[in-house]
Design a protein around this ligand. Structure first.
Ligand SMILES: *Cc1c(COP(=O)(O)O)cnc(C)c1O
Length: 463
């Protein structure tokens, strides 16, 4: 006990000094190692300095070159259709924000550049990535958000105690860049992704940020890797913004260090369907994706790991996706990672499009929101946000009143459903047998906007 106290006292007394007497050093191996480490750091700092200066000059050069031909189209500031991100209520102690005009760029060298895919039709979702990525660090101890940087796509280095690795302190987004029929590249309602991201950040104890500034950084990344935006309408460039907690501490607490980054991946259609283009579903009421008071309404990584084994069960039965049910009544909530829509003839004999309400169990999909807005504008059938369950689906099917069932999301856009395996029964859904299917009308309306066939404030041009 006395020895411990003595060492403790000596350590305190010495802690203000950077150097140790050799006697002290040999008494304590830890200190020796620290001393050597400090010396190495000192040496390498000096030799690195010249290289760093050179790199900074290069970055400045890259930056001015890119600033000249970079701007976001005015439609971002358009006032209608909710085109600007909602103001974020930052925690008072979040610290400084980052800005798009602070962006530093380190381009990949010619030998680092990857070959672009030949055939858009062969792309597998999320397997190939572009040459660059966007990174923005947050360190509370350094005042908050740091300068955004674009770098070659590279591995991340983090402490093995980083919170993201233990408590899934992680959230993400899914967006796309589309090459329009006029050759311009567009992103779709990016403000909605930013709002959703900040809500998830709050719920996860991660720092919030200005969505508008992140969109500026993202747009620059896309313009740098613009040759990766596929040239056909069968494909697009998937954008994966991600925010992770990287504090090297094991406490379950909010993150004082975080990394906001984005990677890009050229994608074709999201998943395999059968020859008709429709998918079949496993509806097993013994599994739940989300629950009241939970985070089913946030795109947080922790929501997705527990779905993988259920998806495997569906695969084993030859079914393509999982239909997520909730509660005693077997309410339909979502399908795979998509929102669900049903088109049917209601009790009054009217055609009606229905999707579950945003009651906390449902991811507030941007595709969902867009479909609701368009369908309400069309005024051709009733549009409802309301709960519906499996007994109701069976009843409507038996009476020939269920017309279409489909999933919606950025990755797949609209995915028609033709079969549900439920309680050892196969329910055949006539989605593909309609003469003028609503899901096709919706798909066309959305792609016309995304690929710039019709001008619309939802489509933001990147220049
Ligand atoms: C991403 C996602 C959706 C679709 O949202 P979009 O904004 O339309 O892409 C739906 N459900 C879940 C569970 C999701 O993760």
């Amino acid at each position: 006990m006395t020895t411990k106290m003595a060492i403790g006292a000596k350590a305190n007394a010495k802690s203000s000094s950077a150097f140790f007497h050799s006697q002290d050093i040999f008494r304590n191996q830890h200190r020796l190692i620290r001393f050597i480490e400090q010396s190495i750091r000192l040496c390498s700092n000096q030799s690195l300095k010249a290289a760093q200066q050179q790199q900074q000059q290069q970055q400045q050069l890259n930056k001015t070159q890119l600033d000249a031909d970079f701007s976001i189209s005015k439609s971002l500031n358009s006032e209608h259709w909710n085109a600007v991100p909602e103001p974020v209520e930052h925690d008072p102690d979040v610290g400084q924000q980052f800005y798009g005009n602070q962006l530093m760029v380190r381009l990949a060298s010619p030998q680092q550049l990857q070959p672009k895919p030949d055939r858009d039709e062969d792309l597998i979702f999320g397997k190939q990535f572009t040459d660059h990525m966007l990174k923005i660090y947050y360190h509370k101890s350094l005042g908050g958000w740091q300068r955004p940087e674009i770098t070659p796509l590279e591995n991340l280095v983090m402490h093995p105690a980083a919170k993201v690795l233990h408590y899934a302190v992680e959230l993400f987004e899914g967006m796309k860049a589309y090459r329009g029929v006029d050759g311009k590249i567009r992103i779709f309602r990016p403000n909605m992704n930013m709002n959703r991201m900040n809500l998830a950040a709050k719920r996860s104890g991660l720092p919030t940020f200005e969505g508008k500034e992140f969109i500026k950084c993202l747009s620059r990344l896309i313009s740098i890797d613009s040759e990766w935006v596929p040239h056909t309408q069968a494909a697009s460039l998937y954008i994966r913004p991600t925010l992770i907690g990287i504090d090297p501490t094991l406490g379950v607490a909010s993150s004082d260090s975080a990394l906001l980054y984005a990677i890009l991946s050229p994608v074709g259609s999201y998943f395999k369907s059968d020859s008709t283009g429709a998918v079949s579903l496993l509806a097993d009421p013994s599994y739940t994706r989300a629950w009241p008071g939970g985070v089913g309404n946030r795109k947080m990584g922790s929501n997705y790991a527990p779905t993988i084994n259920v998806q495997k069960k569906a695969d084993a039965k030859g079914l393509q996706q999982v239909l997520w049910l909730y509660g005693e009544n077997h309410d339909l909530t979502e399908v795979g990672t998509m929102n669900i829509f049903m088109f049917f003839i209601n009790d009054k004999g009217e055609k009606e499009l229905i999707t579950p309400p945003l009651n906390g169990l449902i991811l507030p999909g941007i595709t969902r929101d867009s479909i609701l807005a368009l369908a309400r504008q069309w005024g051709q059938f009733k549009v409802t946000e309301g709960t519906f369950n499996m007994p109701r689906v069976c009843e409507l099917l038996n009476q020939g009143r269920l017309l279409e069932l489909f999933g919606t999301g950025t990755a797949c856009l609209v995915s028609p459903i033709n079969r549900i395996h439920y309680m050892n029964q196969d329910l055949y859904i006539p989605t593909m047998e309609q003469e003028k299917p609503v899901h096709e009308t919706i798909r066309t309306a959305l792609t016309d906007i995304q690929y710039g066939k019709v001008p619309h404030p939802w489509a933001v041009v990147i220049e």
